[in-house]
Design a protein. Structure first.
Length: 478
């Protein structure tokens, strides 16, 4: 791996794809972070001269740039104050709620916005430092929406793409943002904007038209560069996916299959294992799922220990108030359900507030008869795709919320509206009672869909759209 300072493909994301792991003797090493984006980018980066710009995960001074995982990693510093204002504040307490249907109220603070602007500037500078002339720059997610225009102003020679991992809100919600025009203008610095669903791309196009007075034609927005020249930006859907082949082969391994059997044994060999796997986030509909389950227990329709429910709730954003409240609510509910319906050695809910290795997740998926994916709003939801990928035995059933991006691809799931608790209960029962032959037919169709549309296909489609987007290199600083 060379340490030259300019690269043909530059990824910018809030986080670098590595974590520092400190050994007991105090020495430290970088480990590749688990996760779909890193895997997807791995295959994109292979054979290319690629760099990744992002925060290294520790506040304060950034480590010097280094080569790791076949890429040149260029850390961007964030201090403790910026973590509170740019990251926990503006990104996760202003944008995240607005972009997820205001499930909890969004908070607006001018100093959070100023930090967001400042950090986006810093990311843009770092991108420009490492991008070769005419490079492709792929910017990720809602934390970096100003970066496209900031890069273009400095480097009109590069081709700029941005992908939004979360939904883009309807114009009526987006309009609440005091800085809505700046965000639209930030994004319009790109040549191509990728979204999870067609509706997300359309929401963006509508926002550009209604809130920023831009003309739109089909899936493009007409914008004007500071030099007065007209430019066209395309916005369309490219749904993200997972590395199907890799996860499938992990799930087929004897170790994972054995672990899946052990899990069922340690749960007391119930007839039915239901499973939820989510970051502990209010968008994921964990409370709604628990409410439906509790009512089914109260009515005696489901009876532990024949039935049990495992909820993995991975710790997330623990310093943000809405997440602290959610944790208290979920844990109170779990306590109540277990107090009322559990028996010695057989809790009605197994609640796990931990993060697990991939192998354990694959085994849990295999052990689960019904997977409950009930978000109130979710850009995609990779867990749904991972579940069907792990079911090479064509067993199991997927209950999936219509408010996920995944539902737009996984139509053979048992669709639910998580707000409709009665409907959710009926859907869970339908998933349990549908005959085996039909369930296997549905599972085969779901698996085919994910196999044919894997993460590599997503990355290829994004990069093709970026390559073919109308691009007009302008004058620097114009
Ligand atoms: C955002 C968007 C969009 C979870 N716990 C553990 C673990 N996970 C893995 C899952 C899955 C990933 O984390 C979570 O992805 P999701 O898609 O479900 O949700 P978000 O974190 O909200 O992601 C979302 C995604 O970006 C991609 O564009 O789909 O809509 O919100 O892969 O398996 N993995 C391991 N241990 C855990 O404890 N190893």
């Amino acid at each position: 791996m060379s340490d030259q300072r300019s690269y043909d493909l530059v990824i910018a994301a809030n986080r670098l794809p590595v974590d520092r792991v400190v050994a007991p003797n105090g020495s430290s090493q970088w480990h590749r972070s688990p996760g779909g984006l890193v895997t997807a980018m791995d295959s994109v980066m292979r054979g290319r001269d690629g760099a990744w710009v992002g925060w290294a995960g520790e506040p304060g001074e950034a480590p010097a740039p280094f080569a790791e995982a076949g890429m040149w990693l260029h850390p961007v510093p964030l201090d403790a104050q910026e973590l509170e204002t740019y990251y926990e504040g503006f990104s996760n307490d202003t944008l995240w709620p607005i972009y997820h249907d205001v499930i909890v109220p969004a908070h607006f603070h001018r100093e959070w916005w100023q930090a967001y602007e400042r950090v986006n500037e810093r990311f843009a500078e770092a991108v420009c430092e490492v991008a070769a002339p005419g490079a492709k720059v792929w910017i990720h997610d809602y934390q970096l929406q100003l970066v496209p225009a900031l890069v273009r102003r400095r480097r009109p020679d590069v081709r700029i793409g941005w992908f939004n991992h979360i939904p883009f809100p309807p114009v009526e919600l987006f309009a609440q943002l005091p800085w809505r025009s700046q965000i639209i203008e930030g994004l319009l610095g790109a040549d191509y904007l990728g979204f999870q669903r067609v509706a997300d791309a359309q929401n963006f196009l509508r926002a550009a038209r209604r809130l920023d007075g831009r003309a739109t034609r089909g899936d493009t927005v007409v914008t004007r560069d500071p030099d007065g020249a007209e430019r066209v930006v395309r916005a369309s859907a490219v749904p993200i996916s997972i590395d199907y082949a890799d996860l499938e082969s992990l799930a087929r391994s004897e170790a994972v299959q054995e672990r899946a059997r052990q899990i069922r044994t340690s749960l007391g060999e119930p007839e039915v294992v239901m499973l939820g796997v989510d970051r502990l986030d209010y968008t994921k509909g964990i409370r709604h799922r628990l409410k439906a389950y509790e009512e089914l227990l109260a009515e005696g329709t489901l009876r532990p220990p024949e039935v049990t429910f495992v909820q993995v709730a991975t710790p997330s954003r623990e310093r943000v108030a809405a997440y602290k409240r959610l944790r208290t609510e979920v844990e109170t509910t779990v306590g109540r359900i277990n107090g009322t319906y559990g028996t010695l050695g057989s809790p009605a809910v197994h609640y796990l507030h931990h993060s697990y290795p991939r192998e354990e997740m694959a085994a849990l998926f295999q052990a689960a008869d019904v997977m409950l994916v009930t978000p109130l709003r979710d850009g995609m939801n990779l867990v749904a795709k991972e579940y069907v990928t792990c079911r090479h035995d064509t067993g199991g059933a997927l209950v999936l919320s219509e408010f996920t991006g995944a539902w737009h691809e996984l139509h053979q799931s048992f669709v639910c509206n998580p707000h409709d608790i009665e409907g959710l209960k009926q859907t869970i029962l339908r998933a349990l009672r549908t005959d085996d032959k039909e369930r296997r037919r549905l599972m085969r169709a779901l698996r085919r869909r994910v196999a044919d549309n894997d993460v590599q296909r997503w990355a290829d489609r994004f990069l093709t759209n970026l390559d073919t987007a109308p691009h007009k290199p302008g004058r620097k600083g114009a």
